[in-house]
Design a protein around this ligand. Structure first.
Ligand code: ADP
Ligand code: MG
Ligand code: ZN
Length: 495
């Protein structure tokens, strides 16, 4: 019997807000331990939570971005458990009335578009962070009470690769919606991976095994690449899988059992008594809806359609929105948008990266930390976007050759001078004057009897060497297409 995997992900995302979920403490990574704390997030007796409106807004915006419905009523509940990093002995979350429900995410997979249904995206709060030292443990409560959104998928994923692509698509959406910085290194995105197996062709779900607290997408993929065959092997040998929780050992590359259903928590959920239920107004919802941005996949498909861009170029603009925005700023005025895309992708972005690396090295030499160097962006470019259009037009109009265009581009990047000015100053204009080229061709033919004879004897490739000679005589300025034409005509006519 063949088996297939069934996977559902619970993805926790730290929201990008200035302050924490229920108090005014900074939502800030990397501060001295226990400096962003107050009686509210330390759970001292008698304090009252005040919901962070920006966190609510970002959760509902996520709902819109993920095609969810937004219930008119939501509430917070206490999830009770005792653990040193949870100062209140409960975590506030949205249990049975979440802020968003029933959506989906479309993403590219296996050469097509895959859809994963989203059960809900709800709001909760993060807990503190324990650190274990040699003889004692410490808890840092800076993270306690930071707004955390949980995005729960339906069990629609069927492989490790598919789970990986889904997570990347989700991250792209959250980044572009400004929901979260999604910095994996800073633990801003964490995942619980639920996976079961069942015989192909059946629909009943198998026992759910949850791999807790994964903090990298590649880790999720590796854990599934291990866990799926492990489960299949168990059932193929006649064994029985039971609902349980496992953890991923990244070094050993294995999952191991933590606990089974028997010792699962009873969280004794109950509604938070210190807070009114949430009832967003039409105006508030409309304002949030107005923040909806174009989804990355939608943008990619639109760029391919509107500008006849190949998928590769559109993918670059999808994963680098700033580059894409620059392109779209000028593409409509371009005769061939593809040529503009080429310049942006092949030249402009690498020049910017080069300039950034240089600036960073200089700053570091002066003792500035790499992280504190503000990178150059399109706003810092010395030339206006229209200059790039002009450059492309100069090449397309055959005023300059493509190698001369590289020189012009380098110069405009450095100085911001207009392409036409640079062409004139440097004398880069292509010679398209037929008379002048005729003379150079005659010169090259006279000086190179061997390739001439070869060509006339049928060795067509010999034309290239002659063409090279003419280009050299013209100092690279002759119009290459014209040179080819004229040479061919001259060589074909009787000597
Ligand atoms: P719990 O109440 O234990 O959190 P849920 O039913 O809410 O469980 O599901 C949590 C996650 O597990 C969801 O992403 C869901 O799609 C996924 N899931 C549920 N059952 C299974 C299963 N049998 N196999 C794989 N994933 C599952
Ligand atoms: Mg769960
Ligand atoms: Zn606080």
């Amino acid at each position: 019997m063949e088996y297939e995997a069934v996977i559902g992900l619970e993805t926790h995302v730290q929201l990008k807000t200035k302050s924490k979920m229920w108090c005014g403490c900074a939502n800030q990574y990397g501060a001295e331990p226990n400096t962003n704390v107050c009686p509210v997030c330390l759970g001292l007796p008698g304090v009252l939570p005040v919901p962070n409106e920006e966190a609510l807004r970002k959760t509902v915006l996520t709902g819109y971005l993920l095609n969810c419905t937004i219930p008119r009523r939501a509430k917070f509940d206490r999830k009770n458990y005792f653990y040193p990093d949870a100062p209140k002995n409960y975590q506030l979350t949205q249990y049975d009335q979440p802020s968003t429900a029933n959506g989906w995410v479309d993403f590219e997979f296996n050469g097509g578009i895959a859809r994963v249904r989203i059960t809900r995206a709800h709001l909760e709060e993060d807990v503190g962070k324990s650190t274990h030292f040699e003889r004692h443990s410490g808890v840092d409560f800076n993270r306690a009470g930071v707004p955390l959104m949980e995005i729960v998928s339906e069990p629609d994923l069927t492989s490790a690769d598919m789970a990986y692509e889904y997570l990347n698509a989700l991250k792209d959406i959250l980044l572009q919606g400004g929901i979260s910085d999604c910095d994996m290194e800073k633990g801003m995105v964490r995942c619980d991976v639920n996976v079961s197996v069942r015989p192909v062709g059946t629909t009943t779900l198998g026992a759910k095994i949850e791999i807790k607290n994964m903090n990298s997408f590649s880790g999720v993929r590796r854990a599934l690449e291990y866990e799926i065959p492990r489960q299949i092997e168990v059932v193929k040998k006649g064994g029985k899988l039971i609902q349980s929780t496992r953890r991923w050992d990244d070094v050993a590359g294995v999952t191991e059992e933590m606990r089974t259903k028997e010792d699962a928590h009873d969280y004794r959920y109950f509604p938070e008594p210190d807070m009114m239920p949430l009832a967003p107004t039409d105006e508030w919802l409309a304002a949030v809806k107005s923040l909806v941005v174009e989804l990355p996949l939608t943008r990619k498909q639109r760029l391919m359609r509107d500008y006849t861009l190949p998928a590769g170029d559109a993918e670059v603009f999808k994963s680098n929105p700033a580059l894409g925005a620059y392109f779209e700023g000028i593409a409509r005025q371009a005769k061939t948008p593809k040529a503009v895309a080429n310049w942006i992708i092949n030249n402009l972005s690498s020049k910017l990266a080069e300039a950034n690396a240089k600036a960073q090295a200089e700053q570091e030499a002066m003792g500035v930390e790499a992280a504190d160097v503000t990178p150059l962006s399109f706003a810092d470019l010395k030339f206006p976007p229209a200059a790039l259009l002009e450059l492309v037009a100069l090449v397309e109009g055959k005023t300059i050759s493509s190698s001369a265009a590289q020189q012009v581009f380098a110069e405009m990047f450095e100085t911001g001078k207009a392409p036409a000015v640079i062409v004139q100053e440097k004398g880069l204009a292509q010679v398209s004057d037929t008379g002048a080229i005729e003379a150079l061709c005659d010169e090259a033919i006279a000086a190179n009897p061997n390739p001439v004879a070869d060509y006339r004897a049928g060795k067509v490739a010999a034309l290239n060497s002659l063409k090279g000679q003419v280009m050299k005589l013209s100092k690279g300025k002759a119009n290459p297409a014209l040179v080819g034409e004229i040479l061919e005509r001259k060589l074909k006519s009787p000597a």
